[in-house]
Design a binder for this molecule. Structure first.
Ligand code: CDP
Ligand code: MG
Length: 720
């Protein structure tokens, strides 16, 4: 049954004229260059290049507001490069909240500049660095820039930092904004001191002693460290309201780029949809069969959902009548291997309609051409934090009105479009106006640890754009103390705190690696931390459910999910080693691993990501001098180490078969995906809390309750 009365559109989209003569490569690449040049010229931002460059020159901090797709992310850095901001080898840094955006945009800009990625244009994200000493336009995640500040507190290699997608207000963006405000101040002080010095030496009579005095002397130390010119900041946002940013930066100027937005027809369902994945599927095919040409973009909440809908679309597409237009499904989410991310930008082959299944990433971070239809179930996966219990969980919640508008806007970039909201119109009115900044709904341990490592000890006094609650800060300080990262007077401890801050991981995982080095099972813990950083290692195709279940059994450990994941990783490594020993080419090795994944119902995308993460963190711990040894089959040792590391996430079985999380006293259930779902041991430690209609815990290991006071006396002895 279709959910919407009709989707037929009379319009037909003019097809790009295809290159017909000669398929010679150079001709194709020439055509591609011409196309790109043409696309760039027609972007709304192209008309205001000179004005923007002037505004950046005149203002130390500038806020740029512009519709998604106006060319902010790809063009502004190039304008500034051409305006000379990379003289003396300085770098223009652009931060993104999301890895995918940093990667795909960098690739696009490298192509626009006609250079290889990693030369003039590069990107750097956690676990992946594509930059070199020649990189001048550097895309990166906001979290990564915060980390860079640990090594270079004045961010001295950057002439300009562009904080992109600031409206998303991720926790890293908020921390970065506060930090950049400090750095900007310190660098202008350093400049002032230099000018004053020059003036005393008769070089620069522009500034008076009084001015130097008025600016204070705290930042003056800066110039001893770095010959830094003032730091320019550009804050870019897709939301129209720039007031908050402007106020935070002392009344900074905001400029608006006029976008181009065509009319988007908004359609609602009559009733609430109990199963939004099914509703998405029905709507995809209704559009496909009844709608005019144009690609479809559907917003889902995560990798697991995307992959399941992807399979269902494939299944149903096979049943389409002979000769009907085909469907090309393209997923996009953060953990997708980077070579697959670019597929969303490729046009569908003739005779195909492209159906993009995306997380929130496609809301404003990525502009994907060709979209005419948007399907919006109105949901997003978000972090949520309980101040009382100190527990963070992932939860699927309704989006805000601002997000709903951004999503529908994606259908009207190139012509009129349609947006199918999979909820009734009355529900729209109930949505909150704009999203609550993440810093107000997450565990702050990571933020606190990073600020401490940056020498900022007074966390409560830190100039956040929006202050997190005092209680949340205090909870995090407590947690970090329990993990041994802070001293009694809440300073970063040496070496544990310092080591934890150096690892690009959640403090709990950093601590687990440090612990594992003592427990002589670091090899195993590296694997676990890598495997826990990806979603859905196993997959269960509907048509082969029994086979998939049987296959999982071969990896299963009765001790729990961690060791089960370890078995998968070890299995994959064995397969790789075998093929390497057979001396076959690297491509073939990769192929044999993919085959192994298919045969064992392992998600090869996730496994690949886990392997990348593994090799990166292994590099980090090696640099730190931790000893990587294996406990082999002594897995009790490993479980004890898990206990010593994740003791804050322990739960005891209640008489009714549910569990009570010890630290928070919350009632939780074992998630059905866990290998311990049926066994229900007396005591477990877990890594993740997911809230749906219940509190579920995922990624568990069975432990002996007596290990808790033995291995974490700092917590369990004090509780007595
Ligand atoms: O940042 P903003 O949303 O203002 O726009 P942008 O990301 O700079 O995108 C400008 C244009 O570049 C879009 O119209 C996209 O079609 C194109 N683009 C692309 O084709 N491939 C990419 N990887 C990124 C952008
Ligand atoms: Mg952008």
């Amino acid at each position: 049954m279709p959910l919407f009365p009709e989707v037929v559109s009379a319009e037909t989209r003019k097809k790009d004229s295809n290159f017909t003569h000669g398929d010679h490569r150079t001709q194709q690449s020439l055509a591609r260059k011409q196309l790109i040049a043409q696309q760039r010229k027609s972007l709304p931002i192209a008309a205001v290049e000179k004005r923007l460059v002037d505004e950046v020159r005149k203002n130390d901090t500038l806020i740029i507001v512009g519709e998604t797709g106006s060319g902010k992310t790809t063009q502004l850095p190039q304008f500034l490069f051409n305006a000379g901001y990379c003289a003396d080898g300085k770098v223009i840094g652009i931060t993104q909240p999301r890895r995918v955006a940093a990667v795909t945009v960098a690739k696009r800009v490298a192509e626009e500049c006609n250079v290889n990625l990693g030369q003039k244009v590069g990107y750097s994200i956690r676990f992946e660095d594509e930059t070199s000493s020649t990189t001048r336009i550097k895309y990166m995640t906001d979290g990564l820039l915060v980390r860079e500040a640990l090594l270079d507190p004045f961010l001295s290699r950057y002439s300009i930092i562009i904080v992109d997608e600031a409206h998303e207000r991720t926790v890293h963006t908020d921390v970065l904004l506060g930090l950049l405000k400090n750095v900007q101040h310190a660098r202008s002080q350093s400049m002032l001191k230099q000018q004053s010095f020059d003036r005393l030496n008769g070089k620069n009579p522009v500034i008076s002693d009084k001015e130097v005095k008025n600016q204070g002397i705290s930042g003056l130390k800066a110039c001893q460290h770095a010959k830094c010119a003032p730091l320019k900041l550009v804050i870019m946002s897709a939301s129209l309201d720039a007031r908050g940013f402007s106020e935070y930066f002392g009344g900074a100027k905001a400029v608006h780029i006029q976008g181009r937005q065509y009319l988007v027809d908004i359609l609602y369902t009559y009733h609430s949809e109990p199963d939004y994945l099914d509703a998405t599927l029905i709507t995809i095919f209704q559009i496909h069969l009844e709608g005019g040409p144009g690609d479809i973009l559907a917003f889902l909440t995560g990798q697991e959902e995307i992959e399941s809908v992807e399979r269902l679309v494939h299944e149903r597409a096979r049943q389409l009548p002979e000769g009907s237009q085909k469907v090309l499904v393209v997923p996009i989410y953060s953990a997708l291997p980077s070579e697959q991310q670019m597929n969303v930008f490729k046009p569908a082959p003739p005779g195909h309609r492209k159906v993009i299944l995306a997380t929130n990433i496609a809301e404003t971070s990525l502009t994907i051409p060709g979209i005419k239809y948007v399907i919006d179930p109105g949901l997003v996966k978000a972090r949520s934090y309980n101040h009382v219990t100190g527990m963070e969980s992932l939860i699927i919640i309704p989006i805000s009105k601002a997000q709903a508008l951004q999503r529908s806007g994606r259908a009207g970039r190139e012509g009129p479009g349609k947006c199918f909201r999979l909820y009734p119109e009355s529900e729209f009115g109930k949505l909150i106006d704009s999203t609550v900044p993440e810093i107000k709904r997450c565990n702050l341990s990571n933020v606190v640890l990073q600020l401490k490592a940056l020498g900022i000890d007074d966390i409560i006094g830190f100039d956040f754009m929006e202050k997190p609650s005092r209680m949340a800060i205090v909870k995090s300080l407590e947690q970090l103390s329990l993990l041994g990262a802070l001293t009694d007077d809440y300073k970063l401890s040496d070496p544990v705190g310092l080591q934890m801050a150096r690892l690009p991981l959640d403090p709990l995982y950093s601590k687990a690696l440090i612990m594992a080095s003592d427990f002589k099972c670091l090899e195993e813990m590296l694997i676990i931390v890598a495997m826990l950083s990806v979603e859905s290692i196993f997959y269960f195709p509907r048509e082969k459910l029994e086979e998939a279940r049987a296959s999982r059994k071969s990896f299963l450990s009765s001790e729990g999910d961690h060791i089960t994941l370890l078995n998968v990783y070890r299995g994959a490594t064995e397969c790789l080693e075998k093929s390497k020993a057979a001396n076959i080419k690297e491509k073939t090795v990769e192929k044999s691993l993919n085959k192994w994944c298919r045969e064992n119902f392992i998600n090869n995308r996730s496994l690949k990501h886990a392997r990348d993460v593994h090799s990166q963190i292994k590099g980090h711990v090696q640099q730190m001098g931790l000893v990587i040894s294996s406990c082999g089959d002594e897995l009790v040792q490993f479980r004890r180490c898990l206990t010593a590391s994740f003791f804050l996430n322990a739960a005891l079985k209640e008489p009714d078969g549910s569990y009570r999380a010890i630290a928070s006293s919350q009632n939780v259930q074992i998630h059905p995906s866990s290998v311990l779902f049926r066994t229900k041991p007396d005591c477990i430690i877990f890594n993740e809390l997911v809230r749906t209609n219940q509190n579920y815990v995922r990624n568990l290991t069975r432990i002996d309750p007596l290990w808790l006071p033995e291995l974490a006396p700092q917590y369990y002895e004090a509780q007595k």
